[in-house]
Structure formats: C-alpha cells, structure tokens
Design a protein around this ligand. Structure first.
Ligand SMILES: [Zn+2]
Length: 126
C-alpha cells in the first residue's frame, strides 16, 4: 500500500530548482549584508512576506522578486552556500539527485532569470 511514510522513504530526483528562488529568509538577510544589497527589513518574517508573490499580474511581475536574490548571489561563496543548503534540504527528503541552476544573466544588474543558466548537480547517497 502506498502510504505517506513509504513515499517519504522512496528515492527522488529534483530535476529543476532555481538557486535564486530557493533562499531561506535568514540566508537572504545574511547574504544581503555581505553583498551590501539592502532589504526592506532584517526580520525573517517580514522578508518571507516580502518575497512571497500572491497576485502577480504577469510573469515579469512574478520574476521581479528574483532581482533581490540575484543581487546577493554574486560570489562563488554565496552560490556554494545556497547550493549546499538546497542539497542538504532535498537529501533529507530522500532526494538522491538534485539539479539546481541559477539565472542565465547573474550579473550585478538584476535581470530576468531563465532556465538556461548554469547548473549544479548534486548526487547524494540514498
Ligand atoms: Zn526554470
């Protein structure tokens, strides 16, 4: 019988996750300080609400939130930190393969992210 417990234990693959869309509020706050990219608040709850998109009128409006995360993902150390956090989180859910990517134009000037960016693939043991 297929139960929630069985599903939780089954190996999984995360085939498409964006680094720039997967930062925890606490991480975003810390990286924003290091990158000197100010946020509207230093409270994780405020940042969670700030980053949430409930009523985007179009894709451009939805993707505008990536400007904030792209601004802090400008160093190899910041990118490595977020990639590690993603693979750590997915491995706790029995994910054995994670393919993460970042925006195609990750310059210091925020731009529209796309799926054509560089990727990070991580394999973890089951
Ligand atoms: Zn994508």
């Amino acid at each position: 019988m297929l139960t929630r417990e069985l599903i939780a234990r089954l190996p999984k693959a995360e085939l498409h996750v964006h680094l720039d869309g997967s930062l925890r509020p606490e991480t975003l706050i810390e990286l924003s300080r290091a990158a000197k990219a100010p946020l509207p608040s230093s409270d994780p709850g405020d940042i969670r609400r700030f980053m949430r998109v409930d009523h985007a009128h179009n894709l451009e409006e939805f993707l505008k939130k990536f400007d904030t995360t792209i601004a802090v993902l400008q160093t190899p150390e910041a990118i490595e930190r977020v990639a590690y956090a993603i693979t750590s989180a997915t491995s706790r859910c029995a994910t054995v393969l994670t393919s993460a990517r970042r925006a195609a134009s990750p310059s210091t000037r925020p731009s529209r992210p796309s799926c054509a960016g560089s990727g990070v693939v991580s394999r973890t043991s089951a």
